[in-house]
Structures are given as structure tokens and as C-alpha cells.
Design a protein around this ligand. Structure first.
Ligand code: PLP
Length: 423
């Protein structure tokens, strides 16, 4: 549990950078005081109602597509606005001389949260940029093999296919169909594709189509025995599941920060093992492709310093709630609606619902109905926004609550699903 002392020691120190300090209206202190005195559980609706009030969630729609991108709490929105005003007072001065000084403390805070060295963290704009940096920057030769899955995210598959046509690498797809509630089988299916030519295995920690958590650590352990590098797409695990990156035994980990961290939209992070930095070229060249300095991946030119600095405020918000408490609450919300949804006639879940297999995301289908129809009916009549997800054998509406989702929102979803089941 977070007590006040440990909480404040985790805050990003901005006292020495007065321009970077933003007011939070006392909100963070109020929440941390409540946590210190009450240790709120996943089902403490009074506490979670306060968290909901920290967001500016729409009153018009019920947003259950937080898996696409999540909103930021108001403190984070205010931070970006504050930095934006500051930047426009004199862009080159405030961005390059003032806000630029915030990047190193931010790097340290992200590294601490992820359980890694700050010399291994690059801050960028999204998961695609982070992971494509590795895919396109790794030294691979004709005939080298990469093991991956058709359930990996399309942007990453595109990048690997580009290397396939350009460099003659071979892409080896594992033979699995999701959902599959059998981790031992999944591990076996990956391992059986490893050969002496396999150089990389690409793993999606939480599959976006149905929210299935893959046994990344165990596959990585087997890959390491064979000298295979492990690249993890953590877009849906970072700041949701309570873990530290080294626990995955991977070499590269890329993530969005605008999903589960609720950081400003357009923020991401790459973790790259120190000894690998010299081997992986940056996506945007910086003058020394072989540099061992992780900052070579940040040679973006002029970018949004406002968004970048807002990440620090989102991290403070995350620490205030606590990662484990957040994971527990979001899984509680998924359990709340799925245990009722499975009782509705025609409902077919495309997500294994056990805690080890899923957390936030669950995909709900209906016998004889296309994903797009479920999604549009839920929205037309109930203003419940989900994501129509048809991919391989999955064909349903993807539902993703977040910390600001209320039980009433989920009751509305259930009402909608019951209505759709009768169409
Ligand atoms: C598994 C996975 N990887 C990568 C991405 C891409 O994230 P971004 O839009 O931050 O590049 C997504 C986006 O939904 C995703 O679900």
C-alpha cells in the first residue's frame, strides 16, 4: 500500500525546475490521503467515483474503447495546456532551454517505474514508433528468421513484411488461433518454430484483438536458451499489469503511454537493453548509428515538448492510485460485466476470462451476428462505444473499461447486449 511518504518520494521532482511545476488543484494530495486512511479495494465505489471525477469523461457516450486510446485525467490535460501556453510565450526559449531540461528527470521517472536503467529508455510518440525502431533497426541478413504471430499488431506486421521484401528475411508464423486458454500449448507452438536460423521472436504481451495475455516470460526463457532476441509489444500491458520490464526476460520492449498510463495522446516509450543499443540503428538517423547512447532514438527534430512533459503528470497520477490497485480495479470491472454477459443467450466470449489470461479487454460476440452489427447497435440505441473487432477467428465487439468507468456504465452495456441478443 502507498503511504504518504513513499508516494511523495515517487513524484517527479520539479522543484528545481519552477517553470515545469503545474498546479493540480490539491487533487493528488486528496486522493493519496484517502488511500493512506482507507486502503480502498477494487470494489470501493466511493473511491473509484473520485477517480472518475478526475477525468472529464463524456456525459453523452459511454466510452468502452479505452483500448484504442485512453483519455487523460484533467490534471494531465491541464499540464499540457500549461506547457503549451508557456511554449507559445517564446517557443525556442521555453521549449529548447526550459522544457528540454525536464526530459532527463522524466526519463529517470519512467525508468524507475519500469524497473530499468534510465540509460535504456527512449521517449517517443507511440508504440508503433518504439517497436518499428527495433524492427527496422536490427541488423538482420537474408535468410534470418523471425518468429511472430498473425495476432500481432498490423503496424508491426507491416514493418516485418517490409524487411521481408527488402532484406530477404523469413517470417515464420506460429500456428495458434485465439482465444486459446492453454498457455502450455501456446509456449509449445512458439518453441516448435525456433530453428538455428531464428534471430528474433516478436511477442505481443496483451493481444489487442481480444485482450489475451500471452506467457511472454516463458517463451522468452526458451528463446534465450537458443540465443534468440526477444522483442515485446507492450502497448496493452505497460501501466496496466503490475510488473517490471526485466521480469519478461526480453531485449526490447515498446509501448504507448496514451493507453494505460493515461498520458497525453501521442506519447510512447522504448526500452532497449543497454548492450543492444549499439546494434540497433535509430529510425531517424542522428549522425552516429552505432552510438551506445539511448538518446540517439530521440532525434525527432521539433516535437511536442508539451505532450512529453505531460507524461510526468500522468506518472504522478498513476503512482497516486498505485499500479496493483489499478490492475485489480480494471480486472474487477471486466469480471463485473463478463460474468453477466455470458448468461445472455447467443453471447460468445472471444476472451478467456480467467485472471491469468485477461485483465481489461474482453471481446464479446453473438452467434450469427457480425462484430460491426453488435458495435453499431450498441451505439445507436445505447450510446455505448466499443470497437468492432473481426480478425482471424475473432468476431465481436471489443470492450475496454478504464479506471474512470463506473458500474452504471457497465450495466448500460449489459442492457445493450441483452437488446442486441434479441435482434
Ligand atoms: C498490441 C498493440 N501494439 C501496438 C499498437 C499501436 O499503438 P500506437 O497507436 O501507440 O502506435 C496498438 C494500438 O492499439 C496495439 O494494440
Amino acid at each position: 500500500m502507498l503511504n504518504r511518504r513513499s508516494f511523495s518520494s515517487k513524484l517527479i521532482s520539479s522543484a528545481f525546475l519552477p517553470f515545469l511545476k503545474i498546479p493540480d488543484g490539491g487533487f493528488i494530495k486528496e486522493i493519496s490521503d484517502y488511500i493512506s486512511s482507507s486502503n480502498p479495494s477494487a470494489g470501493d465505489e466511493d473511491f473509484w467515483a473520485q477517480i472518475r471525477m478526475a477525468y472529464t469523461a463524456s456525459q453523452q457516450i459511454v466510452n468502452l474503447n479505452n483500448g484504442g486510446v485512453s483519455p487523460s485525467p484533467k490534471v494531465v490535460q491541464d499540464a499540457v495546456e500549461h506547457y503549451n501556453k508557456l511554449a507559445n510565450d517564446g517557443p525556442s526559449y521555453y521549449m529548447w532551454r526550459i522544457m528540454d531540461q525536464g526530459r532527463e528527470p522524466l526519463r529517470e521517472s519512467l525508468a524507475k517505474f519500469a524497473g530499468v536503467s534510465s540509460e535504456e529508455i527512449a521517449i517517443n510518440r507511440n508504440a508503433t514508433e518504439a517497436i518499428d525502431t527495433v524492427i527496422l533497426g536490427l541488423p538482420l541478413q537474408k535468410g534470418d528468421q523471425v518468429v511472430l504471430s498473425k495476432y500481432d499488431y498490423p503496424n508491426m506486421l507491416h514493418a516485418w513484411r517490409q524487411r521481408e521484401v527488402r532484406d530477404g528475411i523469413e517470417l515464420i508464423y506460429v500456428d495458434i488461433d485465439l482465444p486459446l486458454a492453454d498457455n502450455e500449448l501456446i509456449i509449445k507452438k512458439y518453441i516448435e518454430k525456433f530453428t538455428s536460423r531464428t534471430k528474433v521472436v516478436h511477442l505481443t504481451h496483451v493481444v489487442n484483438w481480444n485482450g489475451q495475455i500471452l506467457p511472454v516470460r516463458k517463451i522468452a526463457n526458451e528463446a534465450k536458451k537458443k540465443g534468440i532476441k526477444v522483442l515485446v509489444d507492450g502497448a496493452h500491458s505497460f501501466a496496466l499489469l503490475d510488473f517490471k520490464i526485466p521480469e519478461l526476460n526480453c531485449d526490447f520492449y515498446g509501448t504507448s503511454l496514451h493507453k494505460w498510463l493515461s498520458a497525453p495522446i501521442g506519447s510512447g516509450m522504448l526500452w532497449i537493453k543497454k548492450e543492444e543499443i549499439k546494434n540497433v540503428f535509430p529510425l531517424i538517423p542522428n549522425g552516429d548509428p552505432f552510438s551506445e547512447n539511448v538518446r540517439k532514438y530521440e532525434n525527432l527534430g521539433t516535437r511536442s515538448f508539451m505532450i512529453e512533459q505531460g507524461i510526468g503528470t500522468a506518472l504522478n497520477f498513476q503512482h497516486t492510485i498505485g499500479n496493483k490497485r489499478k490492475e485489480d480495479r480494471i480486472r474487477y470491472l471486466k469480471d463485473y460485466w463478463t460474468k453477466e454477459a455470458v448468461k445472455i443467450p447467443r453471447v460468445k466470449m472471444y476472451t478467456p476470462l480467467d485472471a491469468q489470461y485477461s485483465c481489461a479487454i474482453a471481446n464479446v460476440g453473438m452467434e450469427g451476428m457480425e462484430a460491426g452489427v453488435i458495435e453499431s447497435k450498441l451505439f445507436e440505441k445505447f450510446k455505448v462505444h466499443t470497437s468492432p473487432t473481426k480478425w482471424e477467428k475473432i468476431n465481436g465487439a471489443r470492450v475496454t473499461p478504464h479506471v474512470y468507468t463506473s458500474l452504471r456504465d457497465l450495466d448500460r452495456l449489459l442492457e445493450g447486449l441483452l437488446y442486441v441478443s434479441k435482434l
